[in-house]
Design a protein around this ligand. Structure first.
Ligand code: F6R
Length: 611
């Protein structure tokens, strides 16, 4: 949450920062701002998206070779011009941007108020900044030392960038819990929350670790820990192309990412799934196969869409590996003192690899001796680095705030995992193993078939776009997909939607059904098919409108449904990779029909780095 960008070098900083902020807007878009240093320190900030800031600064002095910029997802203080970052210290000497939350800011603020400090915003960031300034003045020390002292006294999460009028070439940065990447150029350095603002200028980057402070000048990068000891920066080469973070002719990132899925699933399988020789090559699993196959229990920890992938993994792992699985919301897991035994395996699922709740849950589980396996999309992210082992989803950068291709990447990895562990454990037959491998291998082609013509889904979206509520129902492997369909619709169209196991409907939600309620059934041909046919009839008997995701060539469900979205036939374990695609498109088209910004739904941010 919140995107930060910094630049120090020979170029004009403003264009680099604005372009970077636009790339990071998925992290929050409540307000944005920049601070530039040349003869003086200038700060421009504005409520709303980066485009509004750009318009607001037309004609203003934007010159400067050093600057910092911020796009905000509000935590402390409503979205407004005055709560936008950067903030200035009381002396006007320092400017700072911050991604995170300072939990103990109230007593610090009270102390500073007693000392005569005043605050222009309601943010915890302005408190931290003045706290640093106060320490600097009282201890008569440099900014770096003052920052170090302040960071030892605050509680919370942060990635901060700080500039000072007294040192007009230097950015001081620090991180704990919120991500920071530094791009290394020739005579210039770039800083950002992720690599997307940097990729255009350099591929050499350093991922800053928690509790590190970076002192960055055009020709110099110094990394230290909070004990003031120098650390050796670990320089990595980015494996990312600029095209991957651009829209590539699509009107929205969400649509582009939905359409990329045939390719991203293929990329995820490539070199790993080898049905012709009956093998699945996944180093992260092979190297730890004993820990995985002998695990007394597997706990899956995730949030949101990633949690839905986890639920699906529970069904797969229990069926194919016969290991008991529990799926946990990271935010609950981290606070409820869960029982974790040595030998328990934790699978962490995260697109961003930075979700604060998931990250902290893993840290405490790791301390208790659990083995952590990360299923992560963003390479080099915090969760990837914290895991003992893992497998990347290889979906490429996901910019649309609603997760689509990362979800199918997660399911693809988790299916391969379940197959590989089950085979090693002897809990699936050779025949079933090979059949599921072949079915999984056929998924990219089948996804392409669904995406070839989406006009029917667009028509259905137009027909139901004014509904106030939706129900999404599914059984077995299709139940997590019903949950995911409901979440996508809520996020993108702001229509209230609930997902339920189809049979659970009779225990309450059926009271909602009338002629105005669209009910989406994920009703592909599987072992529950007869049961779901009965559930559809129960809805029709109450005049509900039925929209079904059905298997190609099925005639029974289409004869009962008001509208149908077909998907190719597949084994029930593999089918969710197909049945989710029409639901992603349905929410996209409803959002578009209602005139919403589907890439940046209100109140959301892609990378939830606060609790
Ligand atoms: C929904 C969505 C969120 C994320 C959740 C976890 O479309 O994107 O629900 O799935 O915030 O994020 P990650 O996977 O980055 O940990």
């Amino acid at each position: 949450m919140c995107g930060i960008v910094g630049y120090t070098g020979y170029r004009e900083a403003y264009p680099v920062i604005i372009k970077g902020l636009k790339r990071l807007e998925y992290r929050g878009y409540d307000s944005s701002g920049v601070a530039l240093l040349n003869t003086g320190l200038k700060v421009y900030k504005k409520k709303g998206k980066v485009a509004e800031l750009e318009e607001d600064v037309i004609g203003k002095d934007l010159h400067g070779h050093i600057g910092i910029g911020h796009t905000r997802w509000a935590t402390h203080g409503e979205p407004s011009d005055r709560n936008a970052h950067p903030h200035l210290s009381n002396s006007g000497n320092l400017a700072m941007i911050h991604n995170g939350i300072i939990e103990n800011y109230v007593p610090i603020k009270n102390d500073l108020l007693k000392k005569g400090y005043s605050f222009k915003s309601d943010t915890d960031t302005e408190v931290l900044l003045n706290f640093i300034e106060d320490i600097q003045q009282n201890n008569n020390c440099g900014l770096e030392e003052a920052l170090r002292i302040a960071l030892k006294r605050i509680v919370g999460a942060y990635c901060i960038l700080l500039i000072s009028k007294d040192d007009p070439e230097t950015i001081i940065a620090a991180r704990k819990g919120s991500p920071l990447v530094i791009g290394i150029g020739k005579g210039e350095h770039f800083l950002a929350s992720d690599a997307s603002p940097i990729i255009e200028y350099t591929k050499e980057v350093v991922y800053v670790n928690d509790y590190e402070i970076a002192i960055i000048r055009p020709d110099e990068l110094i990394l230290k820990n909070l004990g003031n000891e120098k650390q050796t920066p670990f320089i990595q080469k980015l494996d990312l192309e600029l095209a991957a973070i651009e829209k590539g002719g699509y009107s929205h990132f969400m649509l582009k990412e939905i359409h990329e899925q045939s390719e991203t699933i293929h990329d995820c399988l490539r070199g790993r799934l080898l049905p012709e020789v009956g093998k699945i090559m996944m180093g992260g699993i092979e190297n730890h196969i004993d820990a995985l196959k002998n695990a007394p229990r597997i706990l899956i920890v995730a949030c949101g869409t990633s949690w839905h992938a986890g639920l699906l993994a529970e069904y797969m792992i229990e069926e194919l590996c016969r290991i008991p699985v529990e799926v946990e919301y990271a935010s609950e897991f981290r606070y409820r003192n869960p029982v974790i035994h040595k030998g328990d395996v934790i699978i962490a699922i995260s697109q961003s690899g930075e979700t604060a709740d998931t990250l902290v849950a893993l840290e405490s589980a790791k301390e208790k001796g659990a083995f952590i396996f990360g299923v992560v999309n963003v390479v080099g992210s915090s969760i990837a680095r914290l895991s003992h082992a893992g497998a990347y989803t290889h979906a490429g950068p996901e910019i649309g705030v609603a997760s689509t291709k990362a979800f199918t990447g997660q399911i693809t990895v988790l299916t391969m995992m379940a197959l590989k562990i089950g085979f090693a454990k002897g809990t699936i037959t050779n025949e079933r193993y090979l059949q599921l491998m072949n079915d999984l291998n056929a998924v990219p082609e089948k996804v392409a078939v669904i995406l070839k013509n989406t006009s029917n889904i667009e028509r259905i979206a137009e027909k139901y776009k004014d509904a106030h509520d939706f129900l999404f129902l599914g059984r077995g492997y299709n139940f997590p997909i019903a949950l995911e369909g409901a979440l996508k619709l809520k996020e993108i169209s702001y229509i209230h939607a609930e997902g339920y196991p189809a049979a659970e409907m009779k225990h309450g939600p059926i009271a909602l059904v009338d002629e105005n309620l669209p009910v989406v059934f994920v009703a592909t041909k599987d072992s529950y098919y007869e049961k779901i046919v009965s559930n559809v009839q129960e809805i029709k008997a109450r005049k509900g409108k039925v929209i079904a995701v059905a298997t190609e060539n099925d005639t029974v469900i289409p004869s009962m449904a008001d509208d149908v979205m077909f998907v190719p036939d597949a084994d029930e374990i593999i089918a969710p990779l197909l049945s989710v695609i029409p639901l992603q498109l349905l929410s996209y088209f409803v959002g578009i029909a209602k005139g919403y910004d589907v890439d940046k739904p209100r109140n959301l941010a892609k990378s939830v780095t606060v609790e």
